[in-house]
Design a binder for this molecule. Sequence first.
Ligand SMILES: *[C@@H]1O[C@H](CO)[C@@H](O)[C@H](O)[C@H]1NC(C)=O
Ligand SMILES: *[C@@H]1O[C@H](CO)[C@@H](O)[C@H](O)[C@H]1NC(C)=O
Ligand SMILES: *[C@@H]1O[C@H](CO)[C@@H](O)[C@H](O)[C@H]1NC(C)=O
Ligand SMILES: *[C@@H]1O[C@H](CO)[C@@H](O)[C@H](O)[C@H]1NC(C)=O
Ligand SMILES: *[C@@H]1O[C@H](CO)[C@@H](O)[C@H](O)[C@H]1NC(C)=O
Ligand SMILES: *[C@@H]1O[C@H](CO)[C@@H](O)[C@H](O)[C@H]1NC(C)=O
Ligand SMILES: *[C@@H]1O[C@H](CO)[C@@H](O)[C@H](O)[C@H]1NC(C)=O
Length: 507
Amino acid sequence: MRARVLCEVLLLLALLVLLPVTSIASVRSPGGAGTELIRDDFPLDFIFGSGTSAYQVEGAAAEDGRTPSVWDTGAHAGKVANGSTADITCDGYHKYKDDIKLMKELGLKGYRFSISWSRLIPKGRGDVNPKGLQFYNDFINELIGNGIQPHVTLFHYDLPQALEDEYQGWLSPKIVDDFTAYADVCFKEFGDRVSYWTTLNEPNFLALAGYDTGIFPPFRCSSRFGRNCSIGDSTLEPYIVGYHCILAHAEVATLYRRKYQVIQKGFIGLNVFVYHFTSLTNSTRDVAAAQRAYDFYTGWFVNPLVNGDYPSTMKERTGNKMPSFSVYQSEYIKGSFDFLGVNHYATVWVSDVSSDNSSTYERDFGFDMSVKLTVFGMQGMLEHFKNVYGNPPIYIHENGYSTPQNSSLEDTPRVEYLKMNIGSLLDAVRNGSNARGYFTWSFLDVFELNDGYQSSFGLYHVDFEDKELTRRPKLSARWYSHFLKGGHNNIVSVSVSNNSNPSEALA
Ligand SMILES: *[C@@H]1O[C@H](CO)[C@@H](O)[C@H](O)[C@H]1NC(C)=O
Ligand SMILES: *[C@@H]1O[C@H](CO)[C@@H](O)[C@H](O)[C@H]1NC(C)=O
Ligand SMILES: *[C@@H]1O[C@H](CO)[C@@H](O)[C@H](O)[C@H]1NC(C)=O
Ligand SMILES: *[C@@H]1O[C@H](CO)[C@@H](O)[C@H](O)[C@H]1NC(C)=O
Ligand SMILES: *[C@@H]1O[C@H](CO)[C@@H](O)[C@H](O)[C@H]1NC(C)=O
Ligand SMILES: *[C@@H]1O[C@H](CO)[C@@H](O)[C@H](O)[C@H]1NC(C)=O
Ligand SMILES: *[C@@H]1O[C@H](CO)[C@@H](O)[C@H](O)[C@H]1NC(C)=O
């Protein structure tokens, strides 16, 4: 059983984001057969966009004063993504004006991207890099000039290597002050034009992939739970990292509210990686297991923000391992968000396997949770936030479908996936969900954290073999554009030409 649970957790962490085709069947489309989905089915102020992250799209890794992040170091050591790096990737650093032109033509109203901390503040703290500052100012101005709202994530996995070297990054409470100082620079420099700030992307996945299974930098784990790590402790470190992430988020949210929000009138939130968990059978044990899976994956971070503490199931099952919040911290954390961002890709069937009775100090996250996850929609997940967390404003920050890199531009499975998920989202909104926006992952084919350039999620294909890194719209780009512009034809029947001028091809 140990081996099986380990396997499930590793599999989910490493591979589930590369979404299995079978999950499509679990999401129904709204409004009955034959009814076409259009943007105007949603409220006027609902925002539709797409996204990327700094390390995955920018390239220019050693240019204009940027220093390595833990991802650069890991990639150069050949430890991630099948040996590839994002040194160049889409070269978004130089090609951003053309990319924003494509976004505008596509009809995006929002773009979600992250700031490279080590481009803006190369040593992790202290001096600001003027060229980094210039780049993000230019980028933000270009978006706004094209009518696209920037949705900015401050941290998307790419911790400055300098801080990892100095005090082990997220394992140290020192990260809280440095992250807050970095955020302060961002609010001060960009906050006059940026209204949507996300502190951390997927801290739950960061804690698990970086410190339990060890598949992401900084590659820490215990050998019996993770993969080939030279150092780490899967039974404790994910919880310590989670704790520091929550404190860092709360500190930054408090700073924003105290110093900037009144003047800048923006919003701040936290992002989490979220499955929809549903029980495999109606047995009491499996129903409880599904709830427990929600508590472990989502409640770990969302419950402190909403209620000031970890979920009780999680505290019970982890014994004394989770660093606890003082009364002061608890009050400080509670309510420290204006919205939640969720990255949602799949539904998972859950059954109970909690007969393991080893001491909690011999168990990692997977064993503490003790559920069996079997891979098998959107609405169920949003209903959960409505019922359990008081229906906070939610932005779907990521949702998308993986196909092999270089596969057909006629990406019908991705179109079907988007249709069904947006349809399910519409069902949720009509049933009272407070969802406010939706961003596909990803705008372009980018360097994927799980496997580099082997798979792709983009609406636009990027030819990584071509020096020009040519972007070409896939069928999914046409479908999304058609949806956003309120078209009336069934776009799936429109053929895709392989036109080397992407803007013409989309027209
Ligand atoms: C890893 O890269 C090698 C060489 O580029 C390639 O042959 C192989 O298929 C890749 N493996 C995976 C799992 O993508
Ligand atoms: C484990 O690490 C060793 C030493 O760094 C390396 O040679 C080996 O390929 C790694 N194995 C896997 C499965 O990653
Ligand atoms: C659980 O019970 C509900 C309501 O009785 C039913 O609709 C559903 O199909 C059952 N689920 C399973 C997995 O048996
Ligand atoms: C663990 O539980 C099993 C039954 O589920 C029992 O047979 C075994 O003795 C228990 N082990 C310990 C160390 O309590
Ligand atoms: C719609 O919302 C109501 C009230 O929250 C809830 O009881 C019901 O289960 C929801 N419908 C679906 C399909 O989830
Ligand atoms: C993509 O196609 C190009 C040209 O056909 C090829 O050289 C390259 O290896 C392919 N890349 C991947 C990741 O399969
Ligand atoms: C698109 O066309 C170009 C030039 O004809 C060709 O080299 C390339 O492989 C094609 N790309 C795809 C993804 O079909």
